[in-house]
Design a binder for this molecule. Structure first.
Ligand SMILES: [Zn+2]
Length: 524
């Protein structure tokens, strides 16, 4: 009789595991099966649930302590800007200051950060890692490797995958893959609507329970204002920010570049600034109506900045982000390098006067096609002003990998988007810090404290006890980004061969070095 009960329990656990995807604990399974005779036990070993890979765990333990010595420690969260050592023990920040080295075990690994900036690990809250379903373009392993090279320790991946991230199961799949294959921390944004179709709300409560840090239909934009209002109400209830790709479809129709002088002379259909500004205005009204935190993604137009600036003055819970391509390039880039450097590129050119040759590209180069599009020099200036006065709090890449065969078509038919994780720090430093628009701490704030605050992440600080996510970079390093060196699976980037200034040289995640440029940093 007792044996029958045990048989039943073992069978029930087994079917839970197989049919419903529930994994019973190995201890519970073993307790049920062990009293049975030996052969039966052996047979059931084949149903043993997957256990974590022991060698991976051992690896983590071996390398998660480090002493970063002599760097300029810049931690905006603690208003710290000083020459100091940073001691990392067991994956956590253990001490910051001149006495940190004295507290270190004698055999600790050291990293000489003299002449370098040591700051909290950078966060990029807007990347497309293309997993699941589009792994020919990118996957979690290659995308997070590119992040590590760019100095990023945490990413938020967008849900416009295939299938889209609109349910708890897909969130769990990404968390599991990220734990196994990710070089850096990966947080997930869930969809606002089912299938990102803009018609029916996704299960926002279920997504929150599954661990998403925000909701967005990025790549698409919810056009139905009532549906967006409900999304805001649910998001507020579940304490999630709503991130929005601002694009009014009726105004934009099939526009492929900024509507203006260049779209006219190039004969390409225009994507007017009003197409973005209309939705930014809608989002401000809905944030005010519902009290939800609404975040406008990849702002490109001067009018959007003005709207957000005014709304913030009234205390509306709205925020914005900007990508380096929008505040570095303009729509003249689509007319070819000659036109760009002669006109709107001057600003970038003057900064690089001491550096060698500038790159050349033809008109209609699809690596200058992104959504929202590159806009006028006036819009670029407005984005920079918004970053300077704090209207735009967050910097990010909108890393959007595409295969070569997809981009190597006529401009009209190419997909929107470029990769960006490996150059965004340099471009941000060039346009904001090296031009003296912002101090170094202000630029770092937009990559650390600000995104952590919006998403309520316990990241973006070097406080004692925090996860030891640290970026070490050289703000003055001259270098150029080359196709051969990218860690991304895709090559759709317009900045190859550009003279860049500022580079990450070591990226540390929970005390583990996930990227170190050997020539720049001496490890003792
Ligand atoms: Zn987008």
């Amino acid at each position: 009789m007792r044996l029958n009960h045990l048989h039943f329990f073992a069978r029930a656990l087994k079917s839970m595991e197989r049919v419903e995807g529930i994994e019973p604990s190995y201890a519970a399974w073993k307790a049920a099966v062990l009293p049975l005779n030996y052969t039966r036990h052996q047979r059931r070993e084949s149903y043993r649930p997957n256990l974590p890979c022991q060698s991976a765990v051992a690896n983590l333990r071996a390398v998660n302590s480090l002493l970063l010595s002599g760097g300029r420690v810049l931690d905006p969260a603690n208003h710290l800007d000083t020459l100091a050592d940073v001691l990392i023990l067991n994956g956590k920040i253990a001490a910051v200051g001149n006495d940190a080295a004295a507290q270190a075990p004698s055999d600790i690994e050291k990293l000489d950060a003299n002449g370098l900036v040591v700051c909290p690990g950078l966060i990029d809250l807007h990347v497309h890692l293309r997993e699941p379903g589009q792994t020919l373009k990118e996957n979690i392993s290659t995308g997070t490797a590119a992040a590590a090279r760019g100095g990023f320790t945490s990413l938020v991946c967008m849900p416009n995958t295939s299938p889209s991230i609109d349910n708890a199961g897909t969130v769990a799949l990404i968390h599991e893959r990220a734990a196994r294959e990710g070089a850096v921390n990966l947080f997930v944004a869930g969809a606002i609507t089912k299938g990102i179709a803009g018609e029916e709300l996704a299960p926002i409560g279920g997504l929150k329970r599954a661990g998403v840090v925000a909701i967005t239909d990025d790549g698409h934009c919810v056009q139905n204002n009532e549906l967006m209002r409900r999304a805001c109400e649910y998001a507020k209830m579940f304490d999630l920010p709503v991130m929005d790709h601002c694009q009014d479809y009726s105004l934009v129709t099939s526009g492929v570049m900024h509507e203006g002088r260049w779209s006219t002379s190039l004969g390409l259909q225009g994507w007017p600034s009003a197409g973005e500004e209309m939705i930014v205005a809608r989002n401000i009204l809905l944030a005010e109506l519902t009290g939800a935190s609404v975040h406008c993604q990849h702002l490109s137009a001067a009018g959007s900045v003005a709207l957000i600036r005014e709304a913030k003055k009234r205390g509306v819970p709205v925020s914005g982000e900007a990508c380096p391509h929008h505040f570095t390039l303009t729509d003249a880039a689509i007319a070819g390098s000659e036109k760009f450097w002669a006109e709107d590129g001057k600003q970038v050119f003057s900064l690089q006067s001491s550096v060698g040759e500038l790159p050349v590209w033809p008109a209609y180069d699809t690596n200058f096609k992104m959504n929202p599009p590159l806009r006028s020099a006036r819009d670029r200036e407005a984005i920079l002003e918004g970053l300077v006065d704090g209207t735009i709090e967050i910097l990010c890449s909108d890393h959007a990998p595409h295969c070569g065969f997809e981009k190597e078509v006529e401009f009209d038919y190419a997909p929107f988007g470029i990769t960006g994780l490996e150059v965004e720090l340099a471009l941000s430093l060039m346009q904001l810090y090296h031009t003296k628009r912002l101090g170094l701490a202000d630029v770092i704030t937009k990559f650390t404290v600000a995104p952590a605050r919006l998403l309520k992440l316990a990241k973006g600080t070097l406080s004692v006890g925090a996860d030891a996510d640290v970026t070490v970079f050289d703000p003055d390093r001259d270098w150029s980004f080359e196709r051969e060196t990218t860690a991304s699976k895709s090559f759709n980037n317009p900045f190859y061969g550009w003279p860049l200034k500022g580079k990450a040289v070591a990226t540390i995640v929970k005390g583990r070095k996930v990227w170190v440029e050997q020539e720049a940093v001496a490890c003792v």
